[in-house]
Design a protein around this ligand. Structure first.
Ligand code: 13P
Ligand code: SF4
Length: 339
């Protein structure tokens, strides 16, 4: 490929979010897998992937995990490059935690409805409206929002962290109101909630899931806490992606209705090959609403391209990074006991 073509591609990145070059030959099938493995070796890279990624990416990853586990891996890696197969806020957290590493994301437009709906400025205003309040923010948010927060939580450590917050201060929880409501119930702690939600988890239909349960009386409903309250009220078990996986593996039930992003079924099937797994039903029968289209923007081809050209790269203003680092480090410190 000519330097001129590559320059053109680089110029396209902020708009397109990924390389799109007609004259680049991208290997396919087994060759593509091998090419990614070769790049990994050549660049001393590590591939981190979330459970919602497409199966091929989950299979090639060095580490597959939930958002807390991935943040820890990113912090501790000694690789030179982190190819982060997840959404933007996850790759950004990796950069915040390990700034000397090159962090690349296969598709820069892999966003998140929760992160997109909560700005740093919005949180600042909320703080002004509630003087003296502390702000606990879900990791599904951008660096500016993290920088305005007192502490970050993930779905696997949120309960432990909320329980550890000073009782004499009001508490704001952003941006996921469903997770917030669930935590209020679990911890008995009143919180002021930001009005945000996950477009994937709010698509689950309580009525249709109730019908599913009636049809499969031997099944257990398991749900991610980003789901709406009526769905959570029906659930036999509620937990983060890693908690749901562990539950399916260890529980004696043989059939589960799974109310979270469908990508997780790939790892669930591997861990519990003899169990029956049914995706929970969504309101609109005609859509693939239980797939996160942000997560699914990452493809094997884009993973190859981002590793080969080291683009798109996550970069950040150092002052912002340092501000965002403080509440993330507090979270890691307070949740050492959480696997
Ligand atoms: P986990 O932290 O449970 O992996 O959740 C991340 C996420 O984006 C869920 O929608
Ligand atoms: Fe964001 Fe929801 Fe997608 Fe998770 S599943 S990345 S919360 S939009």
């Amino acid at each position: 490929m000519s330097t001129e073509t590559l320059d053109k591609a680089k110029a396209n990145l902020p708009i397109r979010g990924y390389l799109k070059l007609d004259d680049i030959m991208i290997p396919q099938g087994d060759d593509l897998v091998q090419a990614i493995l070769d790049l990994k070796k050549e660049k001393n890279a590590v591939i981190l992937a979330h459970y919602y990624q497409i199966p091929a990416i989950q299979d090639i990853a060095d580490f597959l995990g939930d958002s807390l586990q991935l943040a820890r891996q990113a912090k501790d890696t000694d690789a030179d490059m982190i190819a982060f197969c997840g959404v933007h806020f996850m790759a950004e957290a990796a950069k915040i935690l390990n700034p000397t590493k090159k962090v690349v994301l296969p598709d820069l437009q892999a966003g998140c409805s929760l992160a997109d709906g909560c700005s740093g400025e919005g949180l600042r205003k909320m703080r002004e409206q509630h003087p003296g309040a502390l702000i606990a923010t879900y990791i599904n948010c951008n660096a500016e929002t993290k920088a305005e927060s007192d502490i970050i939580v993930t779905s696997s450590n949120a309960e432990v962290i909320i329980n550890s917050m000073p009782k004499d201060r009001p508490l704001i929880f952003a941006p996921d109101k469903n997770l917030g409501r669930y935590l209020m119930k679990k911890t008995g702690r009143d919180m002021i909630l930001w009005d945000g939600s996950c477009i994937v988890h709010e698509a689950f239909s309580m009525e249709r899931i109730a019908a599913q349960l009636a049809q499969h009386p031997d099944a257990k409903l398991i749900a991610h806490p980003e789901s709406e309250t009526p769905v959570l009220d029906l659930a036999h078990f509620i937990g983060s992606t890693s908690a749901l996986l562990n539950y399916v593996e260890k529980d004696e039930a043989q059939k589960f209705i799974v109310a979270t992003e469908e990508g997780i079924l790939h790892e669930m099937k591997k861990r519990a090959p003899h169990k029956e797994l049914l995706p929970a039903l969504v309101f609109d029968e005609s859509c693939n609403c239980s797939e996160c289209f942000f997560m699914k923007r990452n493809t094997m081809e884009k993973l190859y391209l981002c590793m080969k050209y080291e683009l798109p790269e996550i970069t950040m203003d150092e002052e912002l990074r340092l501000k965002a680092l403080v509440p993330i480090e507090k979270m890691l410190e307070l949740s050492k006991s959480v696997k």
